[in-house]
Design a protein around this ligand. Structure first.
Ligand code: GLY
Length: 576
């Protein structure tokens, strides 16, 4: 049987992956370099790059068994829901950007929606002030999940293997167990208190002793839920027992998602954002992601400057990138939201003249204060999460998929009897216009809460073509830093001639208009560059936390694939 043979392959590949990651860790000890070198994976026939070696192995085995990139994407998605539960999910949402062998493109929006009982004021107190934490933790923070419907749609449109064979590897992982990676053990230990605080029963993840690397973990209830999804498809999640468990959980925790909300959830096929950048065509996610339009503004704006000559992370290149980011994120905050609810001036925002006009105000000697772009005041960015994976098959079909529960383990509530976490995506709405969310990002009317509306996202799954052929599949987690990370990986390859692995490993920086500061990974800049940027007025803030965890694929000149996973994570690209 297909799903028995994958296990052997997976174990082999994981051992291989862990050896490589050990090498990565050794190499990355020298933190003074801007570009950490990590092991890329090279293969001719197909590639899956994801945040967890086991999930990549599942996807790669599907490709090997004759599945196409859509099949491998579905199998990888469900495997991530088991082995990477901080962000992999069945009760979250996400986006897929798809490019087929024949050059046709589309995108799938399986973003969560606000429940039909959601209101604009649901996170405000009687004085109209935001109740701290209400949109972040607990049942009320959850949006109506889109992930399972998204995978069903993807499979229906593009898949060729049987649905059951694609879900079975995830069932096996959940039922038979798998060994925890060191990072996964650490993350489970870190969230013990929150698991206890936000659940009405003792999760099997809660332990007296700490979780250890190499320890086997199982998810028996999640296995049963996955079996229902395997056997009943959509109805295995949005109706019947799983739906009953979600509604029960909502009632117990004063949540508002109803049986009707679940039943009527549907993902939407959307026309992707497509724009030219030099000799490349970029295909990326439209609203309700703000990522695609912002990426278009950043990359199209770049054509006005000699970035190649300026060089990687030098004074002028960094200053102009910061200034472009400031303007793009200001536009994101003002104009973007759910296109089914608000009219988005996409053509204007992506118009070359508009972009050039915005750039006219960039001074080459000093920063533009953000309150001169638009007023606002926000606090610090909290953390990064979400997960991205990239898949390409032997025929050149490619899928770029980013999915999320929003925070690590979403709202921290596990559905009793279901074994899966609920998202806290409601925090991605502008819960009160002008008040920042957990990423420090502010929104306006366009992203205000309304019943059945989708919340604005930064997720930016992206595919690039060169001369009409597949060139790159890329994406990352990281909340509001997603857009700038994808931007830097693309420019590192195209402007600065890096290999994909170098581009991903390279240190990253980020500016998002508000707060008016530049965050950067330690040792990103040469001290002289840093000093000069400060003299130009930039508030430069190093941070220990990494920026981005990219999983991507590049097509090499001979048509084979370079798969690369971020050394900031334990992910792995696996090909064959
Ligand atoms: N929840 C993160 C995002 O969608 O941007």
């Amino acid at each position: 049987m297909l799903y028995q043979s994958w296990l052997f392959f997976a174990l082999f590949m994981v051992q291989f992956a862990c050896q490589n990651k050990q090498a990565d860790t050794e190499e990355n000890k020298d933190d003074s370099m801007n570009t950490n070198i990590s092991e890329a994976t090279f293969a001719k026939n197909g590639m899956v790059s994801s945040a967890h070696p086991l999930a990549s192995a599942v996807g790669a085995q599907i490709l090997k068994n004759g599945g196409n990139a859509a099949d491998a994407s579905v199998a990888t998605f469900f495997a991530l829901a088991v082995v990477y539960p901080r962000a992999g999910n069945i009760a979250g949402g996400g986006f897929a950007v798809c490019r087929l062998q024949d050059g046709s493109v589309t995108s799938l929006d399986f973003r969560e929606k606000a429940a039909s009982a959601a209101t604009r004021e649901m996170y405000l107190d009687s004085k109209g002030e935001v109740v701290a934490g209400l949109s972040i933790r607990g049942h009320l923070a959850a949006g109506v999940p889109g992930s399972v419907d998204g995978m069903i749609e993807l499979h229906k449109k593009y898949g060729k293997m049987s649905w059951k064979d694609l879900i079975q590897p995830a069932v096996d992982l959940a039922k038979n167990g798998f060994k925890l990676t060191s990072d996964e053990a650490k993350v489970l230990n870190r969230f013990q208190k929150e698991f206890k605080e936000h659940n009405r029963f003792e999760l099997h993840l809660v332990k007296n002793q700490v979780w250890q690397e190499g320890e086997t973990i199982t998810y028996p209830e999640l296995a049963q839920t996955l079996e229902r999804i395997r056997d009943q498809g959509r109805a295995g999640f949005y109706e019947g027992k799983t739906a009953d468990l979600i509604v029960e959980e909502m009632k117990a925790g004063k949540g508002i998602i109803s049986a009707e909300d679940l039943k009527k959830y549907h993902s939407v096929w959307r026309q992707p954002i497509i724009f030219p950048y030099k000799e490349y065509k970029v295909i990326t996610m439209p609203p309700p992601s703000g990522g695609g339009i912002a990426l278009a503004q950043l990359l199209m704006g770049m054509e006005n400057y000699p970035f190649k000559d300026w060089g990687f992370n030098q004074i002028q290149s960094t200053h102009v990138m910061i200034e472009m980011e400031r303007r793009a994120y200001a536009d994101r905050s003002s104009y973007l939201g759910d296109p089914d609810f608000v009219k988005i001036p996409t053509d204007m925002l992506m118009n070359k003249e508009y972009i050039e006009k915005r750039l006219e105000s960039i001074s080459m000697t000093e920063k533009t204060p953000s309150d001169e772009i638009k007023e606002g005041k926000v606090d610090l960015i909290e953390s990064v999460e979400t997960t991205h994976f990239s898949v390409a098959d032997k025929d050149g079909n490619a899928f770029s998929i980013t999915t999320t529960l929003n925070s690590y383990f979403g709202c921290k509530v596990m559905v009793k009897g279901g074994g899966f976490f609920l998202n806290n995506e409601m925090d991605d709405f502008s819960v009160k216009p002008g008040v920042p969310n957990q990423f420090g990002i502010v929104g306006d009317e366009a992203n205000a809460i309304a019943a059945n509306k989708r919340m604005l996202s930064s997720m930016t799954p992206t595919i690039l073509e060169k001369n009409g052929k597949l060139f790159m599949v890329v994406g990352t987690p990281g909340g509001s830093t997603i857009i700038t990370t994808v931007y830097q990986v693309i420019t590192n390859v195209i402007e600065h001639g890096m290999t994909l692995q170098q581009a991903i490993s390279a240190k990253k920086f980020h500016h998002q208009w508000l707060p008016d500061e530049v965050i950067f990974e330690e040792n990103t800049f040469d001290p002289a560059v840093l000093k000069q940027l400060e003299q130009m007025g930039h508030l430069m803030k190093p941070r220990k936390e990494k920026i981005g965890r990219v999983d991507a694929i590049l097509v090499l000149p001979d048509g084979s694939y370079e798969g690369a996973s971020d050394p900031r994570s334990e992910g792995k690209a696996i090909g064959y």
